[in-house]
Ligand binder design. Sequence first.
Ligand SMILES: [Zn+2]
Ligand SMILES: [Zn+2]
Length: 663
Amino acid sequence: MKIAEVAFPVPLPQGFHYLVPESMPVSAGCRVRAPFGPRIAVGTVVSLFDGEPHRPLKALGSLVDPEPVLPHELLECAVWMSRRYAAPIGECIKAVLPAFVKPGARAAHRVSAPVSAVARASDPVAPFVLTSGQDRAIKVLGERLTQRKFSGVLLYGVPASGKTEVYLRLIRRAIAGGGQALFLLPEISLTLPFFEEFSASLGAPVALWHSRLTPRQRREAWLGMASGEVKVVVGARSAALLPFKDLRLAVLDEEQDESFKQEGQSPYYHARELAFHRAQSWGALAVLGSATPSLEAWRMARQGAVDFLDMPERVSSSARPKVSVAPIPAGQALSQELIERIKIRLARREQSILLVNRRGFSTVLLCPKCGWVARCPSCGVAQIQHEAAQDSGALFELRCHHCSHRESSPALCPRCKTQGLRAAGVGTQKVMAELRRVLPGARVLRMDQDTLRAKEERIYDRFLAGEADILIGTKLVAKSFHFPNVTLVGVIDADSMLHMPDFRASERAMQLLAQVSGRSGRAGKEGEVVLQSLKPEHEAVAKTIDGDYAAFADAELSSRRHLGYPPHTTLIRLVWSGKSEETVLGAAEKTAEELRAKLSQAGHEITGPAPAVVRMTEGKPRFHLLIKIPELGEIERAVSAVRACAVPSGVKRTINVDPYDLF
Ligand SMILES: [Zn+2]
Ligand SMILES: [Zn+2]
């Protein structure tokens, strides 16, 4: 008998088996209607096989698509993702098969309107000479590309080493042979400049892909990639889930960036792994580019799982920026040292960038008398004080950075009713206010999530055009933007990044410091970096001063090995939430007990359950637990042990393999 495994978009681990009526010409990747519980639901056929069912099976109802809507390779990718991340197969299929894909749909004739080929001011001046690093990278990678079999390469290029030019030439070569290229970037705001540059210089259809496209744009890009009409896609994380006709090259730029890991919603996949998996399926070349590679990629390179290629010279003749440390002044954001250096730039008509860890005004509002802290009633995390909208009449309001909760800032302590609540910590708005006071003539712009969402105007373009002297921002300003006139970078509080309760804190701090330092002195001018820190002896701060990322990464890898942390081990994070704290905690404790009994002997370590740092979701208590799986340990064993544990009704449990968000 012919049996079909069908996946429905529900959070259940496996698909369901149905009998295939003899007359039905169904194949894997087709959608079907089938009885599912009391109703008829639409699902996707994952596989077909011949067999004798152990129990009576229902028959498939009818066929939705006469031909598979999911190409075979993409279907296989969904199945792989479901196994790798212990994610429900139906959710994985949903992630690769968007709702707009209608039966028999075809790509529109003109897939991507050519973008006006205006060269940006940031373009390298043509004609230019390749550095020896660029030249070697293009040769080596170009040869790999023509071999038409999978290979992975870590391209380790210092900031301003000209990686974009290498990418562009590789893409050109990939599509010249009739193939397609996938180009992934960590940030939606970065995709547009690359899309414009590639569209203008490749002379082939390029598509843009991210979560904020219109449904029509998404539809055209998806179908264009599937049909092979579109040759290149420039996109954020989820572009790794697009269909391809002939993939030859996959590039992840800034591969260390955490936004490549999907966290908010299942499947919790990592775009780096997906890009590798898909490059393997297609026999394509996968390139991971970074000036500050993730320890995951660093370890792969050290072990020989990917090849290592470095580009040690900057494109322009300018040297690495000079890095110095200034103490963090008490009660203020800007040290005298930093202010003096900004004044020098103002006099020379050069620009400065100031990196601040948090958006908002101050990072915590507390009562010095009774210890009350303003927390979000929905998440339980400390709220951030923001300047209030001008028409609200108040000076400040409180905002939660985890959810959209806002409230007015109290004048009295809600608990002990005393006056004099203290706003501690420095956010972007406080730095802005302080700069206006000490340097009233300076023109200042701010770039953080608030400004990017709230305003259509492109701060990037305005700063590039010289409309401001100083750009204040969160880690967004450290990303790949190229501002030739920037010669000073100030880091307001280098220490605050090191104190996060997370084993990746040093790695993140080092990457951010190295990246933002790389923004200074890019076009032949001498650059300078001032780190405000009270702990200049810390590894990440010290190595930023030396500019030695490789030494940092090697040291950090061995310290992670010593402590038994990823990338040497695998973590699985379980999170429970629900209305009743008793039921939620009870379920978590019971699971912990069962997992210890089943997994401890195999060397798996169970930590928790404990209240999560984000204590609640929508006011419901949250508890979490970590399973640490030793090197070469079996993830499947842990996952099936977890799945065997009961989840009481009213409780939601998520399984996140290799979590980046531990809060
Ligand atoms: Zn109080
Ligand atoms: Zn909240």
